[in-house]
Design a protein around this ligand. Sequence first.
Ligand SMILES: Nc1ncnc2c1ncn2[C@@H]1O[C@H](COP(=O)(O)OP(=O)(O)OP(=O)(O)O)[C@@H](O)[C@H]1O
Length: 358
Amino acid sequence: MNGPGDRLDSLKLGITKRYGNKTVLDNLELDIRKGEFVTFLGPSGCGKSTALSIVAGLIAATEGEIRLNGARVDHLPPEKRAFGMVFQNYALFPHMTVFDNVSFGLTLKPLSKEEIKKRTDAMLKLVQLTGYEERYPGQLSGGQQQRVAIARALVLHPRLMLFDEPLSNLDAKLRVEMRAEIKQIHAALGLTSIYVTHDQAEALSLSDRIVLLRNGVLMQSGTPQEIHDRPKNVFVADFMGFRNFFKVRIASVSNGIAEGVGDGIRIRARAGADVRVDTDMVMAIRPDDIRAGGEVVSGAEDVSGRVEVVEYLGREQEAAIRINDNTRVWLRTAEAIRTADTIGLQFPIDKVVLLPAE
Ligand SMILES: Nc1ncnc2c1ncn2[C@@H]1O[C@H](COP(=O)(O)OP(=O)(O)OP(=O)(O)O)[C@@H](O)[C@H]1O
């Protein structure tokens, strides 16, 4: 299989979008390198689809520019950018067969019938749809339709693939299967991809880099591991599944460890050189990083409380434990726990993140 038609070595964005006096993208700056899989992640309305549509050329930025290999492309219409797009709703031609849907873009090019067939067949094989050539979209499942949409975009060898929530119409099981396929195709063809989703698990599993947006502002950009383990603020931590947040005042900092007091507890975290005594901060920890002691142990680091709610999750359970009048802690554990049990909790120092107060 040939590589992408025109090369992409780098894509550089610096874009602002306003509708009236509402800013929906506030100087979003980003450098994307060849071969990268970058995900725009964030809640509904954060501006991720708008950013993707601006890259695609479907809507114009209010200010800023897009540079491909150093040259501006923001004045080019979508077809001149030669980017591939896959949307949430597939957007297949309903009256055309699978083969004709996939080969459509090729028929607009000066290619022989044989060449078109060869490239279409190869692409259908890649998305595992060999044998479905003569079917119509209405005769396919959602996952199959989405694979046709992906094949239709890829057959043109786009230098950049843009995916806008391509899996949100699929059921949970198919979503997980399809995301593995997308990842495999991205790697096999050496694509450069931008992917929009509000699903953090999808972003973590697919991306080389996640760009997290809130109200059009970039909150954090980093590898899945950085975003997952080291969120920089409460918004990112909350979005990435931290469920315990304690408002604390820093009581001491020594040897790179800060002790915070607040919400009726005392908790410690590793601290950078910029953390000062007497400042208000937030300490956060994931439910699965808290250790549950089988019995109540006393000591400065430990707290204990009564189980108020247990959510069954299959192999594990997530439980809300009331540790004082104002504070509940969410714990995830494979141990059997029941409502009204009293259990001891520990917050491992390396798992607690220290965040600026909101
Ligand atoms: N044509 C428009 N006119 C005015 N406001 C708009 C327009 N299009 C989008 N917006 C606003 O811009 C913001 C960002 O929208 P966008 O669709 O990019 O969000 P999103 O993060 O992709 O959300 P979702 O996941 O719900 O699609 C929203 O507040 C939306 O209401």
